[in-house]
Write a protein that binds this ligand. Structure first.
Ligand code: CA
Length: 228
């Protein structure tokens, strides 16, 4: 079944070229020119992915993303227009976007991100095992994580990263390994800092004391190691 993508963007030129590109790739495209309409269309069409500009009339992209996540909506979001210093905020707990591209971006770059997100979503559907460590329970089939029996809100990407940690228990995983295994061939545009930012989010969710993590250990200058 064709995947549905909602573009929330107020610049007609960008909207048009995105729509053309996505439709030529076989996606069903919806578009909204402001944040409020974007939220309404999300409810109405339940898209599989949202491409969200930050500078928007009525409600800006930050607010749209925040409201979606607060409402428990986990639809993957790719943010447009992000200055480097805003990356942590965009990918952080409060906003919880899945990825971002900086304007001006190339269509190829954006398409690579979109495909990477869909690939991860599909992989998660295929998988079915569970894993427990400490007070954390992971169900890779249902894509659910619990801490002390309470559901944890992990994004698909965080879940995939956590799975890689579990698969490579007690082994050092470099940031480049994450780029290869999680972002795959489309990793050319992903920075190592993106990996760090997602790891920080995972820690906040699973660790009792994220500044003194017991499960996801930093290996200085290399990457991370998972211990259960
Ligand atoms: Ca804009």
């Amino acid at each position: 079944m064709a995947k549905k993508i909602l573009i929330i963007e107020d610049e007609p030129g960008i909207l048009l070229s995105l729509r053309d590109e996505l439709e030529s790739e076989g996606y069903i495209v919806y578009e909204a020119g402001d944040g409020e309409k974007g939220l309404a269309l999300t409810k109405q069409h339940k898209p599989d992915l949202i491409i969200l500009d930050i500078m928007l009339p009525v409600l800006d992209g930050y607010e749209v993303c925040k409201r979606l996540r607060m409402a428990g909506d986990t639809t993957p979001v790719v943010m447009l227009t992000v200055k480097d210093k805003e990356i942590d905020k965009v990918l952080g707990l409060e906003l919880g976007a899945d990825d971002y591209v900086t304007k001006p971006f190339s269509l190829r770059e954006l398409m690579a991100r979109v495909k990477a997100i869909f690939r991860r979503t599909e992989e998660r559907a295929k998988d079915f095992s569970t894993y427990k460590f400490g007070q954390i329970e992971l169900d890779f089939r249902k894509f659910e994580a619990k801490k002390k029996g309470k559901k944890l809100e992990l994004t698909p990407l965080e879940f995939q990263m956590l799975k890689l940690f579990v698969q490579k228990k007690e082994q050092v995983i470099s940031r480049d390994d994450f780029l290869d295994k999680i972002w795959g061939e489309e990793n050319t545009y992903v920075s190592l800092r993106t990996v760090d930012s997602h790891v920080a989010n995972i820690r906040k969710k699973i660790e009792d004391n994220p500044s003194h993590p017991k499960h996801i250990i930093s290996i200085r200058g290399v990457g991370y190691k998972f211990i259960d």
